[in-house]
Ligand binder design. Structure first.
Ligand SMILES: Nc1ncnc2c1ncn2[C@@H]1O[C@H](COP(=O)(O)OP(=O)(O)OP(=O)(O)O)[C@@H](O)[C@H]1O
Ligand SMILES: [Mg+2]
Length: 335
């Protein structure tokens, strides 16, 4: 039997082709077979897809907007049974909260879900990672919480080229937020109140926290369903975890509230490094069931993506970073 001698790489997954899905991936995202997709397009239930020329071949190409419209046309419900608010938090700095939150939000939006990414840090790094210039943003969460400006008037729509990804940006103007919150009644619940006003608008709200023990972060904890705690495999991070969990215990005692789910996310893991292995083992030994199965490995793609202010899925779709973010989305949302 003749063996294929072609040296061309296997067809890359959907998100590798500059934000477009191929037919198989599109069918998979809709939860139907390729044959069903063909049939729906033949009988006009779904519109004829666009074609993109690849060498000699005209391939079908679908966008996230096509995915959303096709779900509506076929009466397919959202792949998520209930909306989630998910906070990336660790009081320790530089553990990957922002870079993971930004790429996670983008990946969830690529699944065709309506996503709002909220930047809680006056450094504006989440804003930047999603392709926006923090300094150019006229309003932030400060305007929402201080002046009750509706979120719809502050959010930036269609970030990173996705019509279903909104960002509530941050910049230095957010700095007085602690003072503003401290002067309010029910000062711990201001963010929750603002987000409760968004019920039904978003499938997933992703929040990126600053690295401090602040009233804003307490507001964030009291507003969420899921807490994701990125932690580096070093022993300082391990110490940071202890402080965070002591704090959560205080929140539980004072407010009778704890997030529905808490997941410790090991980040920057390098399989060959003994320190990485030892500290991961220590985290797992102590926090056992709270540690997520997904591990985000060290990957230069994160640095590259940050520098280019683009998601890793766009600039390095075959990277470990892209694969790990994909796994994280699957583990946290079941999609
Ligand atoms: N898995 C990883 N592989 C390689 N680089 C990473 C990884 N995770 C994070 N980084 C890099 O580490 C740096 C810090 O990441 P990031 O800004 O996301 O941390 P942070 O926890 O949000 O920090 P801060 O507490 O200051 O807000 C960034 O330059 C980022 O690109
Ligand atoms: Mg950050």
């Amino acid at each position: 039997m003749a063996r294929r001698t072609s040296t061309s790489a296997p067809e890359p997954p959907a998100f590798e082709r500059a934000g477009a899905f191929g037919a198989s991936e599109f069918a998979k995202a809709l939860g139907i077979t390729r044959e069903q997709l063909d049939a729906y397009e033949r009988d006009g239930t779904l519109p004829s897809p666009r074609r993109r020329i690849r060498g000699e071949v005209a391939q079908r190409a679908y966008s996230v907007d096509d995915l959303i419209a096709s779900r509506v046309a076929l009466g397919i419900p959202s792949p998520l049974s209930s909306p989630r608010r998910q906070l990336f938090l660790n009081f320790k700095g530089g553990v990957g909260k922002t870079v993971i939150a930004a790429n996670y939000a983008y990946r969830v939006a690529r699944h065709g879900l309506r996503v709002l990414a909220i930047d809680l840090d006056a450094q504006g790094h989440l804003t930047k990672c999603l392709g926006l210039d923090p300094a150019a943003q006229p309003a932030t969460l400060l305007d929402v919480l201080r002046d009750r400006v509706p979120i719809d008037r502050v959010r930036v729509q269609a970030a990173a080229g996705l019509s279903n990804l909104d960002v509530l940006p941050a910049n230095l103007a957010l700095s007085p937020i602690e003072l503003v919150l401290s002067q309010k009644n029910a000062r711990e619940f201001q963010l929750k109140k603002a987000l409760d006003g968004q019920v039904g608008r978003y499938d997933v709200i992703v929040l990126d926290a600053p690295p401090n023990l602040s009233l804003l972060n307490l507001n964030a904890i009291l507003a969420i369903d899921d807490l994701i705690v990125p932690v580096l495999t070093d022993f300082l991070s391990y110490d940071g975890l202890r402080i965070l969990f002591e704090n959560l215990e205080t929140v539980r005692e004072d407010f009778g509230f704890e997030p529905e789910r808490i997941g410790i996310l090991v980040n920057g893991y390098t399989a060959g490094e003994s320190l990485s292995q030892q500290s991961r083992a220590a985290i797992e030994q102590f926090y056992g069931g709270l540690v997520l199965d997904t591990v985000v490995r060290k990957s230069t793609a994160f640095g590259q993506a940050t520098a280019e202010q683009k998601p890793v899925l766009e600039i390095a779709p075959r990277s470990k970073a892209a694969a790990d973010i994909d796994r994280l989305v699957t583990e946290l949302l079941g999609i």
